[in-house]
Design a protein around this ligand. Structure first.
Ligand code: PLP
Length: 444
């Protein structure tokens, strides 16, 4: 047995290894958690999550005003919404479903910001009827659509215009959003953003309070955000001074990355925000404009590292000279990130954390699909049926992207605190899977 684990995993006080090589989550052996709650299981470490919320609520020096929204697409249940509301964050939603979840979790509608590049009439009406704080206009069609809905409701809706600033950060192309060739927002280049602002200003039912941009996700450098802020401030000043809109807010989106591997350099929230705040303050002073209220929408960097998914190995297959497969009781149905973009999560054997990682294994999911892999070619100890595998940093964009392919039930999500545990989502059952099915009368 080694005296130190050879596996990379997030350095959180809630993730430890005991002297027998067992993985402990908030002091609880991983295997015991599965015995109590079933396998597979998504565990969210409450203390780490609250710490991250507080780190992102980092107040700027001086008088600069700021507001944080949690990007709920990363992971949302009513309990997650309740925790975010307790921690004082607003919530960014992209659909009526996310909005309903946030409201059911106790988030005040005024603290909700709504995104979406294809919001339909019903979604916009639902948002307006609920008194959602901000709606981010993403395309020309929704300007008149939203104005009509606001007029019928007899309100003036606060809106942002989403701008595509033309910044392409280093990250997977599927999660780049700020480049010219993007389905989101209005491009600065070519004047589309300016046209959108002018159109919004024509409608008295719409109150343009700010501008929004988002450059991408899993970005591990601050400078692309600063570059985007610079472009956005130039446009912000133009909209205020030349188009006469009394803007007061600038939303710089989320997108800050986390460490999925040893060589990733983590971004420190306080340093990141300080760099952005200082840049904005300095820019505004230099150009003689009042500093906007700065908003941000981190998702992954708040909840990503606080999640650990535990699976049980069901079978193994070793093909001499080719590959060793270990198949687990979950897969792309609870974490499609490898299937989507070959994203690699840190993996370790939950009861052999001190054993040498002297073999190479690929971990496959249970679906009838060759692409249903959780990871290829990972260094790990010998695996056999019954072993518990921990996939780390699965808090963001795993369970929230889950599906029922092959009618596989989605796993439970457990909030694990110091000395307390409670489900954020129950495990789906066969009854849940059949709930929406219908047999047309003529088939009976
Ligand atoms: C508009 C918007 N805001 C916020 C986020 C959150 O990004 P992240 O989870 O990378 O912080 C996203 C993610 O893609 C997004 O599209």
């Amino acid at each position: 047995m080694l005296d130190k684990s050879p596996y990379f995993f997030p350095q959180l006080p809630e993730i430890t290894v005991d002297s027998g090589g067992q993985l402990l989550l908030a002091g609880q052996p991983a295997r015991d958690l599965l015995a109590r709650h079933g396998s597979p299981l998504v565990v969210i470490l409450e203390d780490a999550l609250r710490r991250n919320c507080r780190a992102w609520m980092h107040p700027p020096a001086g008088d600069l005003r700021y507001r944080m929204y949690y990007a709920s697409k990363a992971l949302l249940t009513t309990g997650v919404a309740a925790l975010m509301a307790q921690e004082g964050l607003g919530i960014d939603v992209v659909s009526s479903g996310e909005m309903a979840t946030a409201i059911a979790g106790g988030v005040k509608p005024a603290d909700i910001l709504m995104h979406g590049n294809a919001k339909d009439e019903a979604e916009l009406a639902y948002a307006v009827a609920n008194g959602v704080g901000r709606i981010v206009i993403d395309n020309l069609e929704e300007i008149s659509r939203l104005a009509g809905i606001a007029a019928s409701a007899g309100i003036r809706q606060k809106v942002f215009v989403r701008v595509t600033p033309g910044v392409r950060p280093t990250t997977h192309r599927y999660v780049q959003t700020g480049q010219q060739d993007s389905k989101f927002g209005f491009n600065l280049e070519g004047g589309l953003a300016q046209d959108a602002v002018l159109q919004v200003l024509r409608y008295p039912q719409l109150e343009l309070v700010g501008l929004h941009c988002h450059i991408g996700s899993q970005v591990l450098e601050t400078e692309p955000f600063v570059a985007a802020a610079g472009r956005m401030l130039e446009f912000y000043a133009l909209v205020q001074q030349e188009l006469g809109a009394p803007l007061d807010e600038l939303n710089l989106g989320g997108g800050i990355g986390i460490r999925y591997k040893d060589s990733d350099q983590a971004i420190n929230p306080a340093q990141h925000m300080s760099r952005l705040y200082d840049f904005v303050e300095e820019w505004c002073t230099r150009h003689g404009i009042a500093c906007p209220l700065i908003c941000d929408e981190p998702g992954r960097s708040i909840i990503g590292e606080t999640g650990v998914t535990l699976y049980t190995v069901q079978s193994t297959k070793c093909i001499e000279g080719i590959r060793n497969y270990a198949s687990v009781d979950g897969g792309m149905t609870d974490n499609p990130r490898f299937a989507l973009y070959e994203a690699r999560h840190p993996v370790a054997p939950a009861t052999g954390m001190l054993e040498p990682a002297d073999q190479i294994w690929s971990i496959s999911g249970k679906c009838c699909e060759t692409g249903d892999m959780l990871i290829h070619d990972v260094d790990i100890r010998a695996l056999q049926a019954g072993d518990v595998l921990a996939f780390f940093s699965t808090g963001a964009y795993t369970w929230s992207m889950a599906s029922n392919y092959n009618r596989v039930a989605r796993p439970a999500v457990l909030l694990l605190g110091n000395g307390r545990e409670g489900l954020l989502a129950k495990r789906e059952t066969t009854i849940d899977l059949l709930r929406l099915d219908n047999i047309p009368g003529w088939l009976l």
